[in-house]
Design a protein around this ligand. Structure first.
Ligand SMILES: [Zn+2]
Length: 383
């Protein structure tokens, strides 16, 4: 079997190539914004119509002709699908104008818009960029996306096909509860993911950089100061570093979990709950977010059964007799004691077990289990 995946590599463009990429981005940004303005006259401009407009515009403007047609067409294609998406997915806003400040360069080339030659990525108009080949491509790429991040680094993301190695079949099952003190508590302590506090550790430094930014001219009134740009870069670098460490830990952990379990029951936690509070909480959220994403993606790719369980009542229910406590446990209460059967456990471990039980019985919510299996809840009479 084959799958389509992205392989990402760092690019090291020279001064001239970087200037060309930035110019290309501004042309594509201009076209995107033109397309957004089209929305006002025509409610839903299609790609076909936009493409026609592009041909006309290119025949009139030397500036547009200087850029790659493939990249420009891809920009409009992306726009058209984003617009389509905004009509079909509820709560999704219409594509907005990309300004110089609120957007970062992103260029897309299909197979007729780029080649790989002598280890370099060659784009139209003779732009050639060295690639840091940190690993080998499994097949010839069908498209590439060139982006620049908040630190000014450039990356290439190639779309390639690769053969899937079937994951070894195992029959273990695991329940996962997310938290602040430990990012993931599971039914099996070996697979717990402790919170390593990457962002917490650099929180003081980050706060310092952010204070510096606050003291300097951000560019809202008058020109932006060099000091502001420097402080903003420091802050971005710290955030990036923590994010990389988080995603590394998440990968290693998710790989181990997926390799050893066939049924993976995950608390469907949305990190928004906590992120209103302190910086440390936000950091914990970020760790949970990347661990959850990585686990779901890897689990599904390996063909495991990944069940999302709603978090309601998971901490109030006993994993042994499934009776529900009358009162919610306070956040400070770290242990669980069942009033019905006397089962005692750590709060998070108990929640992880409840999550697993729910998934094993083919449900996604504690209440569903109680309803379908009345013997569980009626003892407690708490429904
Ligand atoms: Zn109990």
């Amino acid at each position: 079997m084959e799958e389509v995946v992205r392989y990402n590599f760092r690019l090291r463009p020279g001064v001239i190539a970087e200037r060309a990429l930035t110019a290309e981005w501004h042309r594509c940004r201009f076209l995107w914004n033109e397309a957004v303005h089209q929305q006002r006259t025509c409610r839903k401009p299609t790609f076909g119509k936009l493409s026609k407009l592009l041909t006309e515009a290119r025949s009139r403007s030397v500036w547009l002709r200087d850029g790659s047609q493939v990249a420009q067409q891809q920009t409009l294609r992306t726009y058209a699908s984003a617009l389509d998406h905004s009509f079909t997915v509820k709560g999704r806003g219409r594509p907005a104008v990309k300004t110089r400040k609120n957007s970062r360069p992103s260029l897309e080339y299909t197979v007729r818009g780029f080649t790989l030659k002598d280890g370099k990525l060659v784009l139209p108009k003779g732009v050639s960029i060295p690639v840091v080949w940190s690993r080998e491509l499994p097949s010839d790429p069908t498209s590439v996306r060139v982006t620049q991040d908040s630190l000014g680094h450039w990356y290439a993301s190639f779309v390639v096909r690769r053969t899937v190695e079937a994951a070894l079949s195992v029959d273990g099952s695991i329940g996962i509860d997310w938290g602040v003190t430990a990012t993931a508590t599971t039914t099996d302590p070996i697979f717990d993911l402790p919170y390593l506090g990457h962002r917490k550790r650099c929180a003081a430094e980050l706060a310092k950089a952010q204070r510096k930014m606050a003291r300097r001219h951000s560019g809202k009134r008058g020109p932006q100061s060099t000091g502001y740009a420097r402080a903003a870069r420091d802050a971005a670098r710290l955030q990036k570093k923590a994010a990389r460490q988080n995603s590394h830990d998440a990968r290693v952990w998710a790989k181990a979990v997926v390799e050893n379990h066939d049924l993976i029951a995950v608390e469907d936690f949305s990190p928004k709950f906590l992120s209103k509070s302190t910086m440390a909480r936000k950091a914990a959220d970020a760790a949970i977010g990347s661990a959850k994403r990585e686990l779901i993606e890897r689990g599904e790719r390996a063909g495991r059964t990944v069940v999302m369980v709603r978090p309601a009542y998971t901490t109030m229910t006993c994993s042994s007799c499934f009776a529900r406590a009358k009162q919610r446990l306070g956040l400070g209460e770290r242990s669980f004691l069942c009033n019905d059967c006397g089962h005692a456990d750590s709060r998070d471990r108990n929640a992880a077990r409840v999550i697993l039980v729910v998934a094993e019985r083919g449900h996604t919510c504690v209440d569903d289990v109680r309803r379908s299996q009345p013997s569980f809840g009626l003892v407690a009479g708490a429904i």
